[in-house]
Ligand binder design. Structure first.
Ligand SMILES: Nc1nc2c(ncn2[C@@H]2O[C@H](COP(=O)(O)OP(=O)(O)OP(=O)(O)O)[C@@H](O)[C@H]2O)c(=O)[nH]1
Ligand SMILES: [Mg+2]
Length: 552
């Protein structure tokens, strides 16, 4: 493979092109930029992205030999902005079933299509013992969360879990030599005692290429970090094409960071070495994925506008993964098709579910992807598209798992993430838009003590205790949702007296949520219509009917 050693070499090559342009205008081998494969030459072009988005394509040594003339390289330089229209991906499934990509991702992340295969996992939870970078959570809870992640993958068995103190998580070697030898011995002893191990899960956001290489060489087992385990779970749970494409996009920053680490590391090569054509494939893949997701985003926008037109108030249900968001929506809407699962990241698609408030106003509840601490932002960013809908909701219900030991930390993490998301969004995180819900109280021995503690640390008002299983507190929560929806959307409940059989009733049915009609006991020609109506619609009603009537 040929690489430019210096700018001087590049300049010489550019001069060479000019020279060729003048004297040899149409060389048969000089193909246009994006033409990666040259059939005529029966060989490949090496290509790379270099210097200011310039795509530089040049022939390999082999081709130069075939070409004969003593010229150095043929290069074609073209700026990215000149690139032709993006190849349309008519069938996005091609992006999901791509064998060439599968090889790359399997070697970079150990992520595999054979998720359903049995795995025997050893979990190692590194934690910083003291200092400013010490986690607010205990090592025991961190390990529990790591175990819950592995349990979310069916047929993945936890054979061993350990907590290991470290000074810092960023050293080139995660564990010191002594500790590493100790861990190697523990794993070896387990294997010899008959416990098969197929991989080691180091519960750290992302391991650098160097860290992973050392660990794999020492343990002689594939090593995974949180990012790759979460991607594995997301792959398993992604149902819609949108979710699948988002997961696919979430994998790319990880692969690139490993490649970058590898290039920067003096240690060995070859493990996830990417050929130039594989790099090109990844770049093209990223463009296609972004293109597809942009189309999905505009489709979402369309749906959002339609919903707005229909004037349904929207209530987004957000929270830490496994807190019970799907279960709560099921309890609020009584929709039987919803399937809560005791798995992390069970829900990957934002879905809307219609429900009735006690005043009979129809609202849409949006189920969302759960949050989780220590997940690199690159992974979450891909799901921001789906969360955008949630952030535009009228009211946000933040569900918390009261039975979880780490409830307070989980709550703080979700609040932090919401604030970040809001910063980029159109709407502010005003306290009246947030309802805090403490779920799973049926599992808590002393709910009052838990509530008092939670309310003390709460920034956004009181916590509503519910159980999505026993339905305890659900009616009170519905009343609270109703109060907030009416407040935030400027709706009011009213009883309007209208003529029996007049146009007014039809108009109200069309433009407001009519909850009840009854004959007026004091006037047999009148009807009492109870409705929930926005201020704007009320003005319109007055303008259309009351003013006209007065004028008449
Ligand atoms: N005991 C009890 N279990 C609950 C309650 N609410 C939810 N669960 C259980 O908690 C687990 C997770 O529930 P889900 O509703 O899937 O949680 P989620 O927040 O939607 O999870 P993700 O979509 O994975 O982020 C399931 O096993 C539920 O049965 C509750 O009020 N009481
Ligand atoms: Mg869910």
């Amino acid at each position: 493979m040929i690489r430019f050693q210096s700018y001087l070499e590049l300049i010489l090559n550019l001069l060479y092109i000019v020279f060729r342009k003048i004297f040899h205008k149409s060389h048969p081998y000089a193909k246009s930029a994006d033409n990666v494969f040259c059939q005529t030459c029966r060989a490949y072009f090496d290509f790379t992205i270099a210097l200011n988005k310039c795509v530089v394509i040049f022939f390999s040594k082999q081709i130069r030999r075939d070409l004969g003339p003593p010229s150095p390289y043929y290069i074609i330089v073209r700026s990215d902005s000149e690139a032709g229209p993006l190849e349309e991906t008519n069938d996005p499934t091609e992006l999901i079933d791509d064998r060439e990509y599968d090889t790359v991702v399997a070697s970079a992340m150990h992520v595999t299509k054979r998720i359903q295969n049995v795995q025997h996992v050893a979990i190692i939870q590194p934690y910083i013992k003291w200092g400013p970078r010490k986690s607010a959570t205990t090592p025991e809870l961190m390990l529990q969360e790591a175990e819950a992640l592995v349990r979310s993958l069916p047929k993945w068995n936890i054979e061993l879990s350990m907590k290991v103190p470290v000074e810092t998580l960023d050293k080139r070697q995660l564990f010191g030599s002594g500790k590493l030898e100790e861990l190697k011995e523990t794993l070896r002893a387990r294997q010899e005692a008959g416990t098969p191990l197929t991989c080691v899960f180091i519960s750290k956001g992302t391991l650098s290429y160097g860290q992973k290489l050392t660990l794999e060489q020492t343990f002689r087992l594939p090593v995974m970090d949180r990012y790759s385990i979460v991607v594995q779970i997301l792959r398993l749970h992604a149902v819609s094409m949108e979710a699948k494409l988002q997961v696919a996009l979430a994998e790319l920053p990880y692969i690139w960071s490993q490649v970058k680490d590898q290039e920067g590391s003096s240690k060995g090569s070859g493990r996830i070495f990417l050929s130039d054509s594989q790099r090109q494939m990844l770049q093209l893949r990223e463009r296609k994925l972004r293109h597809e997701l942009t189309m999905i985003r505009s489709h979402r926008e369309l749906l959002r506008n339609r919903r707005r037109q229909k004037n349904f108030p929207v209530v987004a249900v957000v929270g830490y993964t496994n807190a019970g968001k799907t279960s709560l929506i099921k309890a609020l809407t009584e929709e039987q098709s919803l399937q809560p699962r005791n798995q992390l990241f069970a829900t990957l698609d934002v879905t809307a579910h219609a429900g009735l408030l006690p005043c009979k106003l129809e609202v849409l509840y949006m189920d969302t992807v759960g949050f989780m601490a220590d997940i690199p932002t690159g992974l979450i960013e891909c799901f921001v598209v789906t969360l955008e809908d949630a952030m535009l909701a009228d009211v946000i219900v933040h569900v918390q798992d009261m039975a979880h030991e780490n409830c307070t930390e989980q709550r703080a993490h979700v609040e932090r993430t919401l604030r970040t998301l809001m910063r980029n969004g159109e709407r502010s995180l005003a306290p009246e838009r947030i309802i805090n819900v403490g779920n799973k109280v049926d599992l808590v021995a002393d709910p009052t003590a838990v509530t008092n503690k939670a309310n003390e640390s709460s920034q956004d008002g009181r916590l509503h205790l519910v159980s999505s299983h026993t339905l305890h507190g659900i009616h009170e929560l519905l009343l609270e949702v109703e109060r907030r929806v009416l407040q935030v959307t400027g709706r009011q409940r009213m009883v309007i007296r209208v003529p029996m059989g007049g146009q007014e009733v039809a108009w109200l049915y069309k433009n407001a949520a009519v909850t009840e009609t009854a004959a007026d006991p004091s006037n047999s020609e009148r009807l009492l219509v109870s409705a929930v109506i926005t201020e704007a619609k009320l003005q319109q009603f007055r303008h259309l009917f009351i003013r006209n009537r007065t004028a008449g």
